[in-house]
Design a protein around this ligand. Sequence first.
Ligand SMILES: [Zn+2]
Length: 410
Amino acid sequence: MYECDIKRMEEKITAFGGFGDTGHGGITRFSLSPAAIQARNEIKLRMTRLGLDFKTDDLGDIYCTLPGTDPDAKVIMSGSHCDSVRQGGNYDGILGVLTAMEVIETIVTKKIPHRHPIQLVVWTNEEGALYEPAMMCSGIICGKFKKEEMFASVAKDGSGKTFGQALSESGFLGEEKNRIEPSKTEALVELHIEQGPVLEAGGYDVGVVEGVVGMINYEFTFHGQADHAGTFPMPYRKDALFAASQALLFLHEEFDKIGDKELVYTTGKISCHPNIHTIIPDEVKFTLDVRHQNPEIIKKCVEIIKSMPKEWANCTMSYKEAWARNTVTFHKEWVDDVENAAQKLGYKSHKMYSGAGHDAQYLSEIVPTTMIFVPSKGGHSHCELEYSPVEWCWKGANVLLNTILEIDKK
Ligand SMILES: [Zn+2]
């Protein structure tokens, strides 16, 4: 089994932590921002210095290729994204880029023979933090979004700049013919931090990711009557917020009864009208996000929603499905390769589904794909507390390296 260089891994993490450093342990590196362009230039510098070919496509996605011994062999790709959310961490996305870079550096410096070309890929605008939506460019490639609509996406910072303008000014706008070619791609392996507490809590070194959980998103609306908070006795009220609270508790209790510890559900957005402390609320809305890998469990949740009473505390309730996505299952053979690589390295691994969305989930529709998870300290992510000690990152890189070398044998 081959191993990457832990000192080099550490140097990479430290160096890239400087691009968009918030000064208190975090990163703000919106896609195509000056900090992101610095990171991209550094990737270009380091990869071309190792002798790799550097290209971008018409979406600014980066591809750096290390040729193999067989000119007809398909490409094995690895990478992730280098943008972050506001005050995010130095690991989400970028660790998948840095471990792929470290794997390539190891292959080059140790002169490890390989038949297939090995390619670093960096997807543009995964977070969608400045230009919505998330997973924009992998989504365009996989036919989820229209390029013209995405290029017209306006920055959320009030600058009025569109994604298309930012891309042309970035110096990373390339040609459409450089996009990933499914017929010439053997595999895509994306390493990412877990962004949850499961691996650390279980004492696991890596997560073997079997897929990405399916999810449903509903919006509930409660209608009551706005009246004076002082003059209206309780029995006469139609308080939409009180009604919504009861319905929310009901949903939690019913979902808990399903008794599945992998089922997660969240109300993360709520609005209350008129939201004035002296007025009984007349309209309340809340969202409900439900995720699980098994469609049967999701179906049970939908049945609970559909069987809910339409009246709560004298108020009427209505709901609609805002959107949904099916569970994505990764390429079984690569999933097994990741598990075997971890085992041969003597690492403790855990098979799991990703609760978060990743570029790999779109790409898996066009190329055989899988993912590797590195534990997140305390499970924190999308915040400045996001952290994975270098030894954990290095172990992830070693699993990535040996997985790629195993796929190369095929
Ligand atoms: Zn990410």
